[in-house]
Design a protein around this ligand. Structure first.
Ligand code: COS
Length: 384
């Protein structure tokens, strides 16, 4: 399929593909095994100017948008979903600054993020606030020119490794979701420490960590937008970032499919390569069709985001829902094609399945995506 990428987008795609094939694929199993943060790969992505593909040129980026970010994320995910999310989660942490930062905040933070000199993370989730994002308990109490943050964020991708964090905390409990506010918090701020590094099923190259705030003083200049807008900052951020998770899912699915096709041609049973059996051919055909349909939805959604359309929540949720379910199905079928070998860690496909699972969960479970889609459908029908 031709997604009518611009010349620049094709160049970005080629560059990301080359890095994925030459630099990431050979070390994907190593990072999965050791769970080390892939700083050497982050350095390569930074030197290749890929961190700034969705950031405006005046802040040091290359001026693209959600399509460019999806292209890079998809290509990296074909080789390793875990390494790809280290890259993509930096965008998740950066979006609140792009969407809601004032000029000073943008000038201060975006150039280093665009250059990949620093990476970002997004701190919303807490032990008691996963799907119910409005239930966060971390507080930010105004004290003169500062806000004093107290509380613990859980399961933060890039936690501990990132230098810049966008964090949502409650400034006025009585107002419910309207009482949350978003802040930029730098690593090294007194009172800001990291807790437990999680051991995970998949995306093991990425770090998932607790953020602990203990009387952490954050200057009021680091408040994003205004007090009370934190929930909206989070929701609008997800509207932008969910096609990125979907792109990760498409890359994971494609990576598993490519391995499955190669293996099916090599594996001989009953005197023939198993690719000559219709049972295998039909599985491969379904995997390829589902992956392409997911890709079409991802790039259509990313284009909608880049068009500046006001209403993107539904498309964004649909792309994540569909692509992540496809990734889970395609990676599971890839293991089936590999048979017993697919279940072994010596072969690459079981990792794709482990990496795929999280795409149905993070940045909103697929049950939450269905809620978002249904609510938008009902709202649309009311306005007709
Ligand atoms: N854009 C703009 N505004 C939005 C919005 C969006 N995408 N989504 C919600 N809002 C607004 C609502 O319009 C509402 O505004 P009012 O107070 O003016 O009515 C407000 O935000 C609260 O919305 P709502 O009542 O729908 O909030 P709920 O607490 O019911 O939660 C869901 C809504 C479940 C959709 C939200 O909590 C959510 O997205 N949860 C998943 C969180 C998530 O993705 N976590 C994973 C983190 S991994 S980084």
């Amino acid at each position: 399929m031709d997604y009518l990428f611009t010349e620049n987008q094709k160049m970005i795609q080629e560059l990301a593909r080359q890095i994925a094939t030459e630099k990431i694929a050979p070390v994907a199993a190593h990072y999965d095994e050791t769970e080390e943060f892939p700083w050497p790969i982050m350095k390569i992505l930074s030197e290749s100017d890929l961190f700034g593909v969705y950031i405006e040129e005046k802040y040091g980026g290359t001026g693209g948008g959600a399509v460019d970010l999806a292209i890079v994320t998809e290509e990296l995910s074909k080789a390793c979903g875990g390494i790809a999310v280290c890259y993509a989660a930096s965008a998740l942490g950066t979006y609140p600054i792009i969407l809601y930062g004032n000029e000073e905040q943008k000038k201060k933070y975006l150039p280093d993020l665009a250059a990949g000199k620093k990476i970002a993370a997004f701190g919303l989730t807490e032990a008691g606030a996963g799907s119910d994002a409005g239930a966060i308990a971390t507080t930010a109490k105004k004290d003169g020119d500062y806000y004093i943050l107290n509380g613990t964020k859980q399961w933060i991708t890039n936690g501990g490794e990132a230098q810049i964090y966008t964090v949502v905390a409650i400034t006025d409990k009585s107002k419910g979701p309207r009482g949350a506010s978003a802040f930029i918090v730098e690593k090294g701020t007194p009172g800001f420490t990291f807790g437990k590094k999680e051991k995970k099923l998949g995306i093991r190259a990425s770090t998932t960590n607790e953020l602990i705030f203990t009387d952490c003083k954050v200057h009021k200049d680091n408040l994003l937008s205004r007090e009370g807008s934190g929930f909206i900052v989070a929701m609008k951020t997800f509207d932008q970032s969910r096609p990125g998770v979907a792109a990760q899912a498409v890359g994971i699915a494609q990576g598993a499919l490519d391995h499955a096709v190669k293996y099916a041609k090599e594996r001989v049973q009953f005197g023939k390569p198993i690719s000559s059996f219709q049972a295998i051919q039909h599985m491969l055909a379904d995997m390829a069709t589902q992956t392409e349909a997911a890709r079409a939805l991802v790039y259509a959604t990313a284009r909608l985001v880049d068009s500046g359309a006001a209403k993107i929540s539904k498309a964004s949720a649909m792309s994540k829902l569909f692509a992540s379910d496809v990734a889970m199905k395609v990676t599971t079928d890839a293991i089936q094609i590999f048979g017993g070998y697919g279940y072994m860690r010596d072969y690459p496909v079981e990792k794709y399945m482990r990496d795929a699972k999280i795409t149905q969960i993070y940045e909103g479970t697929n049950q939450i995506q269905r809620n978002v889609i249904a609510l938008e459908l009902i709202k649309e029908s009311l306005s007709k």
